[in-house]
Design a protein around this ligand. Sequence first.
Ligand SMILES: [Zn+2]
Ligand SMILES: [Zn+2]
Length: 548
Amino acid sequence: MDVFIGVAWPYASGPRHLGHLAGVYLPADVAARYHRLAGDRVLMVSGSDQHGTPITVAAERAGLSPGALADREHERTAATFARVGVSFDHYTRTATPRHHQVVQRLFGRLHERGLVEEATAPAAWCPREGRSLPDRYVEGDCPACGTPGARGDQCDACGRTLDPDELRRPRCRRCGAPAELRRLRQLFLRLDLLQPQVERYLDGHQGGWRPFVGREARGWLRAGLRPRAITRDLDWGVPVPLPGWRDRRLYVWFDAVIGYLSASVEWAALRGDPDAWRRWWQGEAARHRYFIGKDNVWFHTVWWPAILLGAGPWDAAAGRGLRPPDDVVASHHLTLAGGRMSASRGHGLGIDESLDRVGVDPLRHALCALTPETADTELEWSRVEELTASGLLGAVAGPAHRVATLLWRRFGGRPDPAAWTAARAERATAAEALEAAGAAIAAAELRRALQVVHGLGRAVNRRLAAAEPWRLPDPEAHRELTRLLPLLDAVGVAAWPLVPDTAGRVRALLGRPPTPTGWRLDPTPPAVPGPSAPPLRRPDAPSPGSSR
Ligand SMILES: [Zn+2]
Ligand SMILES: [Zn+2]
């Protein structure tokens, strides 16, 4: 299978917090690592969303140009993702000529097909400064939940997407003056005309989604899709490729979702095979999996499918249409004591800060255990420490360390060949566990996958406690230790997508290469190559490079 993994594009306005990692980037990375081992051809892309008023507002505050701020934050975000081991095939950004070209091409296709139309829309206006106030330049009370400080594009308190004219008591965010509404000409995407196609698309796809995702998408359709403005009164963003629109830019959410496609096109061009992206976007054997936060369900279940279905074939003369999302994996929020995390409000814990505190795998492990799959989840640091001790050490790294140490001290690290051949029951248990862990990851259920891994490690601990091989004479001790090896081999594979460094160390203890070659058990017996190093690396120690 050709698996495309699209990961939500972070705004290049400031550092990302742990909520983003737990809900979006980590689940996507675990999926990518699993699919690669399972033999699928994976293309995982994302990039920094460098346009829109989130960037221009942050740039004004920092005293930088939008481009300078967005490039600086892009570099930082990319470095953070590399540090935590998110294995993108391509991580790019939206302020590139190639992204602009791809966006303008899709805009052109929609325009040719009569799906883009000019109309006027109410826009917020600051009378004191004499300028319009798109999106985040206007603030007011949320019309849905009443919270003050909602912005013209979104309410952070309830997550609702807003238009500036929906705010109550709107005011200019720069100077505080009460905002007026004026009508400005804009270009609209005729979502109303696309509603039947989006309905057919949802009928065919929402079956496997988390129930709240399908419900929300259906809710938008029941309310009826209306034309939506896809231009803004800004000078930062993708220019509108039509005469007479030089003072407008395309709406940031119009260009950001097209990033999934432009990043794929760019990835193909950079590897010298410019048509390589088509396998995923036009191929029959492709599956598209998107990983997003629950605030962005609308943009991935209605908006992006509407753009793709509306644009039709990429090549106007002939050719297939572009594939819309198959899976839309949306997560709930990870919260800290005191409320949900929000990058734009400066409330949250930075990913880098958390890595400094506990290290890569303790953080990945804890976030897999606490992943907000079914409901908002609260993070407490004492819980992370407990999970590291009982789970990562106690049930992933520790069992392999104990068995390898005993096998090395008494038997030179070699298993008993007859006991290895006879360990059929253990091999069957290990194979079943691998299958169960793979199925859980394929269904984006990290917590369940981690439970399978823990179950294997704890089974080894129980057997050690029951048999006490350190009290047994040599032949029996050798047999007992050898029979545990298939279970440990399964830990080294099943844990790898979740905690690659620790899984690589488990494998190295057994004399295996740190990176598994497939989602399967190695048929040849392992051999412990030397005395075992401590089972968990300290956070400040360098990584052995086993992250890919
Ligand atoms: Zn609200
Ligand atoms: Zn003002």
